[in-house]
Design a protein around this ligand. Structure first.
Ligand code: ADP
Ligand code: MG
Ligand code: MG
Length: 252
């Protein structure tokens, strides 16, 4: 069983106003097969955690460690992280002009597995995965993220998740901008990957809505760059009723 371990993580960025310290000592351990929700008010550092795990160059690690089965993730290139089995779905996915969804997925699959998937097999695999996500087959020929609606971007993320079969997925605000139907389809995709491959999930969200469809085993509440509280799924239910005010008052 694989484990992603974050220890006393401290992260800053450089801004026009100087160094901004965002993460101030985060501890988090995720085992394969577990679903963790990271929740918290806007600006608490949730996306910073996702970008740091992804290896975004803007985010400087000032202290602490991230390890994957004991290997130092912070030493790995972005590609190496993906090959090791980490999947990062970004809150604002980038456009890749001139690259179709099919080719993007095949290239990603080849990079991760170290060998090209058989062309015949691959076409059918992509088609089946797309139909599971109720995506129109014409989607495969479109350029990655070019003119994608919010819902299409999210479905494309989950399509990648189902095809690339990572060990861990970090999903940042996967629920934002989705209507209820799209939210259900996307959640089903995550649950499928969780059940079929034992995917470990770090589900980052401000709202509790998606947690009605994806049941977390653990909930971590971020406030001001630190974990302020942890619990099981009952904590998400409490946040649904009470919101984050309690933490913000305590902080002030
Ligand atoms: P969350 O995802 O919880 O809303 P973020 O990690 O996006 O929080 O942001 C945490 C804090 O760091 C916020 O105050 C935000 O404005 C700041 N921040 C994050 N990334 C940047 C950036 N690239 N440039 C300037 N400020 C940033
Ligand atoms: Mg489970
Ligand atoms: Mg965010």
């Amino acid at each position: 069983m694989s484990t992603l371990e974050i220890r006393d993580l401290k992260v800053s960025i450089e801004t026009d106003q100087g160094t901004k310290h965002i993460l101030k000592g985060v501890d988090l351990t995720i085992n394969q097969g577990e679903i963790h929700a990271v929740m918290g008010p806007n600006g608490s550092g949730k996306s910073t955690l996702a970008y740091t795990i992804a290896g975004h160059p803007r985010y400087h690690v000032e202290g602490g460690t991230i390890t994957f089965d004991g290997q130092n993730v912070l030493d790995m290139s972005v590609d190496e992280r993906a090959r090791a089995g980490l999947f990062l779905a970004m809150q604002y996915p980038v456009e890749i002009p001139g690259v179709t969804v099919t080719n993007f997925l095949r290239t990603a699959k080849t990079a991760i597995d170290g060998e090209e998937p058989s062309i015949r097999h691959w076409g059918k695999t992509v088609k089946d995965a797309m139909s599971n996500l109720r995506m129109d087959s014409s989607f495969a020929a479109r350029n990655v993220n070019e003119g994608f609606s919010g819902g299409e971007k999210k479905r494309h993320e989950i399509l990648q998740l189902e095809l690339l079969k990572p060990k861990f997925a970090i999903l940042d605000e996967t629920d934002s901008g989705l209507d209820v139907d799209a939210l259900k389809i996307v959640s089903e995709g995550v649950n499928r990957a969780h059940q079929e491959t034992g995917l470990g999930v770090l589900l980052i969200t401000h709202y509790t809505r998606i947690l009605r469809y994806i049941k977390p085993d653990f909930v971590h509440v971020f406030v001001d760059g630190k974990v302020a509280e942890e619990g099981g799924s009952e904590l998400a239910e409490r946040l649904e009723d009470e919101g984050y005010d309690r933490y913000l008052v305590a902080q002030a």
